[in-house]
Design a protein around this ligand. Structure first.
Ligand SMILES: NC(=O)c1ccc[n+]([C@@H]2O[C@H](COP(=O)([O-])OP(=O)(O)OC[C@H]3O[C@@H](n4cnc5c(N)ncnc54)[C@H](O)[C@@H]3O)[C@@H](O)[C@H]2O)c1
Length: 299
């Protein structure tokens, strides 16, 4: 992506944290930007602070297909077709899977996984029809690589967003639409306050909020990375058409260690019947996958 200026961007979770950083960076590049967020008051505050006619607010719950379809319509009417999509809205619950309820699953999966799915299903066909190329950035997390006991549902969603993004990168390349995956570590953001926007219908299965813990989380997030720094790194990756956006370089060693452990789980089993045919069959897939990883078009 080289030509940002004049394009229309849609940033979910755009009123706070990573999202508002992206909004500011995109406006600085001359884009029209829709700030899509569930917190209307925060959208209004962002619009006031930005004071920029190229920014508009769109109150939306990304877990709702109908709301996203309406949001897409509203943005297109004002700014034209969206060709830069940032599926960034996310929420977190800091608890293990066995401590969680179905309501917890439905809420976190709804925002963190169905949000990006709905974003892609709503905007990508329009992008393809417009024929102007474009870009999709999905916000995962280092939690999309590093599974931990303390945030099982969150891990599940972020690993899934990673898989979806890798596949999408391959399938959208022939349309001139790039895909990147943003994997931040700690961000100076508001995510610790997620509980306050949990939908009423999914509150029955919620554990009581531990206010002391939330206070501690707020303190920790204060030394998270500034959203503006992350946004600069995202736009740089888009310019380079680079898939992974590892905004926090301090994770490199740990990831290397984890990948080493994954490889160490392989065993040299003796060939079983069918092994040779399987290897032959896999040749084409392997080659296609290699091309995909190198960013080459499939055709
Ligand atoms: N905070 C971190 O340390 C961290 C680390 C890695 C990844 N992330 C990811 O970064 C992304 C942005 O989060 P953040 O840290 O900036 O948090 P944040 O809470 O500051 O911002 C997220 C925004 O998403 C909005 N949002 C939540 N649910 C929504 C919904 N259903 N529909 C529309 N908008 C909704 C919130 O109102 C908020 O404005 C998330 O996907 C998060 O998982 C955050």
């Amino acid at each position: 992506m080289k030509d940002f200026s004049g394009r229309t961007a849609f940033v979910t979770g755009g009123a706070n944290g990573v999202g508002i950083g992206l909004v500011r960076a995109l406006l600085a590049q001359g884009c029209n930007v829709a700030i899509a967020d569930i917190r209307s008051a925060h959208i209004d505050a962002a619009l006031t602070a930005l004071d920029n006619p190229r920014a508009m607010g769109v109150p939306v719950d990304v877990s709702s297909r109908a709301e996203l379809a309406r949001a897409a319509q509203a943005v297109e009417e004002k700014f034209g077709v969206v060709t830069l999509l940032f599926n960034n809205a996310g929420v977190n619950l800091f608890q293990s899977i066995e401590e969680s309820s179905y309501d917890d699953w439905d809420w976190i999966m709804g925002v963190n996984l169905h949000g990006p799915i709905n974003g892609v299903m709503t905007f990508v066909p329009r992008m393809i029809r417009a024929g102007k190329g474009g870009y999709v950035v999905n916000t995962a997390s280092m939690a999309g690589f590093l599974g931990a006991a303390a945030c099982g549902i969150y891990n599940t969603t972020k690993f899934a967003v990673r898989g979806m993004s890798e596949s999408l990168r391959a399938s959208l390349a022939p349309h001139g639409i790039g895909v990147s995956l943003l994997c931040p570590g700690l961000v100076k953001s508001y995510i610790y306050a997620s509980e306050e926007i949990r939908p009423q219908a999914l509150k029955a299965g919620a554990k009581p909020v531990n206010t002391e813990f939330v206070k501690r989380l707020a303190e920790i997030h204060q030394f998270g990375m500034e959203p503006d720094v992350i946004a600069t790194r995202v736009l740089e990756a888009m310019r380079e058409d680079r898939f992974h956006v590892f905004s926090h370089p301090e994770f490199k060693d740990e990831l290397s260690e984890v990948f080493g452990e994954i490889l160490a789980d392989f065993r040299d089993y003796p060939p079983d019947p069918g092994h040779a045919q399987r290897i032959e069959f896999e040749k084409t897939r392997r080659e296609t996958y290699r091309k995909q990883r190198r960013g080459l078009k499939q055709s």
